[in-house]
Design a protein around this ligand. Structure first.
Ligand code: B12
Ligand code: SF4
Length: 461
């Protein structure tokens, strides 16, 4: 076909998020579908390669891409614009594209804000990008490709959504060979995969379900375990994370998945995230027997009314029960707590912090600050009420307050976020339990205790 496509994961503009480089599965899938259709593809992952914009400029200048496709969640949107600008400057005739959870709901604005952007790809991108590439290769018009938003002379063309991919098994495995896996694995020896798309719930703060739909689309067990086996055999991979939004929605399928892992005698360790209403002790036991070591879940709030406002569709009792089973079975719990959802007060936030400590006394919860991502009902609510105080998307990483409500100021929310860590690490019962685990755990807990005890917050314990 002759077309050359470069897919890019942009660098962080400001402080990096605290996680090791993670080859984004999205561009892994896009690349795999293009390769399967004989296009020449490469990936520049600025995060994995620790590239600055100057490095990217040098790298892109060495190549002659016909298409540059950039991926970005909200947090990386500004960075993506910078990458698009550099790409167009280096190669004025390249067709630039942007996709991902942010631009799907910020499509016309992105075209307005970034003159160097030609095509926005909304929602699931594999077949949209393939059609764009095929049409460009054939010298055909691309202006009516489904799933895209584009500009015309004085306005925008908003083409229809592309239907979701019904049979996920038809997708090739992500093109991991396009990354420098050796370098990445030195930082974290973990392989990520995803076995479903979409979710049956409809939480008000969630962009993922608006991206991938409310129908739970599943890869077959055979296909998933084939990928595990392939990675195990090809790369000697032993540690896996399932990135599904809610891994166990179909509990029967999860059971079958575990049986298949065992029947193929795959000696692997894995973790996953799911909803607390979609596990049972029996299922968790089966998962443990198949290599599962930890479970993250959305605890979100310790107050039922707040959970109801979020449309989370779970009860605090379900969380209590599920995490009790997790602990009894010796799995590691990682509850996610959402602080500052509209309607939250200092009291409800404190209740969530205490609740997280109750259900996960030995492992700190993953605290997120409610962040209004475009496309979500929560975004619409905070915009409608004029509550937003920070419109710089670089800061939309769920670790800093973005809006305030009549019930909770930005200052109080930040204080509560800091206090959550202090509260967790300054429990004498925690320090004692860590000492019982051994010297290194006890020593680390004592150091944290002293550090956080000295740290000032305006909330008293
Ligand atoms: C795994 C994951 C992570 C991982 C790795 C992220 C990564 N680099 O991929 C970790 C743990 C690091 C992480 C962190 C965060 N994440 Co996260 N994460 C996910 C999760 C669960 C799966 C991502 C995935 O693999 N999806 C599957 C692939 C196939 O989908 P995709 O990446 O969207 O790509 C498809 C399309 O978007 C499109 N596409 C994407 N890019 C491009 C580019 C082009 C050119 C084209 C044509 C198409 C295209 O085509 C792809 C194939 O269909 C998603 C939820 C979800 N279901 O997607 C949340 C999600 C992406 N994360 C989210 C958030 C908020 C975060 C955090 C900010 C906060 C937090 N507490 O988690 C941090 C910061 C991340 C950052 N980079 O700054 C939000 C993003 C919302 C937004 N508007 O930005 C999501 C959507 C979750 C949600 N419930 O809303 N995350
Ligand atoms: S359960 Fe998770 S993936 Fe599903 S809608 Fe709620 S937050 Fe989104």
């Amino acid at each position: 076909m002759g077309l050359h496509i470069t897919l890019v994961n942009p660098p962080y503009r400001t402080r990096p998020h605290q996680h090791p480089p993670f080859p984004p599965l999205g561009i892994g899938y896009l690349a795999a579908v293009l390769e399967k259709n004989n296009f020449k593809v490469e990936i520049i992952d600025c995060q994995a390669s620790r590239y600055t914009y100057a490095d990217y400029k040098r790298e892109i200048a060495k190549r002659k891409p016909d298409i540059v496709g950039v991926t970005a969640p909200t947090r990386l949107y500004n960075s993506a614009k910078e990458i698009l600008k550099i790409s167009k400057e280096a190669h004025p005739n390249t067709v630039t594209m942007l996709g991902g959870a942010h631009v799907t709901f910020w499509n016309e604005k992105a075209l307005q804000e970034c003159p160097q952007l030609d095509v926005v790809v909304r929602k699931e991108g594999e077949y949209t990008l393939l059609e764009l590439a095929q049409r460009l290769a054939a010298g055909k018009d691309i202006s009516d490709v489904a799933g895209t938003t584009q500009r015309n002379s004085d306005d925008f063309i908003f083409n229809d959504d592309r239907p979701y991919i019904e049979n996920l098994d038809e997708l090739p495995f992500p093109a991991r060979h396009l990354w420098d896996l050796e370098a990445i694995r030195k930082q974290e020896d973990m392989f990520y995969l995803i076995t479903t798309r979409g979710c049956t719930a409809w939480c008000n703060f969630c962009a993922a379900v608006r991206m991938f739909g409310r129908r739970y689309r599943m890869r077959s067990i055979q296909n998933v375990v084939d990928e595990l086996e392939f990675l195990h055999k090809t790369y000697n991979a032993e540690n896996f994370t399932f990135c599904d939004d809610a891994f166990t929605v179909d509990m029967k399928r999860t059971e079958e998945l575990c049986e298949e892992i065992n029947s193929r005698n795959l000696k692997i360790k894995w973790n996953m995230g799911t909803r607390v209403d979609r596990v049972s002790k029996e299922l968790l036991q089966k998962m443990k027997d198949a290599g599962c070591i930890s479970m993250w879940c959305g605890l979100e709030s310790g107050t039922q009314e707040v959970l109801n406002d979020m449309h989370k569709g779970i009860s605090t009792d379900q969380t209590r029960k599920a995490l009790k089973w997790v602990r009894e079975l010796g799995l590691k719990p990682t509850p996610n707590v959402l602080l500052g959802y509209p309607g939250e007060t200092i009291e409800t936030a404190l209740k969530s912090i205490k609740f997280a400590e109750e259900v996960s006394p030995d492992e700190i919860a993953y605290y997120n600050i409610a962040t209004p991502y475009p496309g979500t009902p929560m975004y619409d609510e905070v915009m409608k009420n004029g509550w937003v105080r920070n419109t710089n998307f670089d800061d939309y990483d769920a670790t800093q307050p973005i809006f305030e409500t009549p019930q909770l100021s930005m200052h109080d929310l930040q204080t509560l976020y800091d206090y959550a860590f202090k509260s967790f690490y300054t429990r004498p019962s925690y320090v004692l339990r860590m000492w019982r685990k051994g010297f290194s755990a006890g020593y680390a807990a004592t150091k944290s205790y002293i550090y956080f005890k000295r740290k000032k917050t305006s909330l008293k314990k």
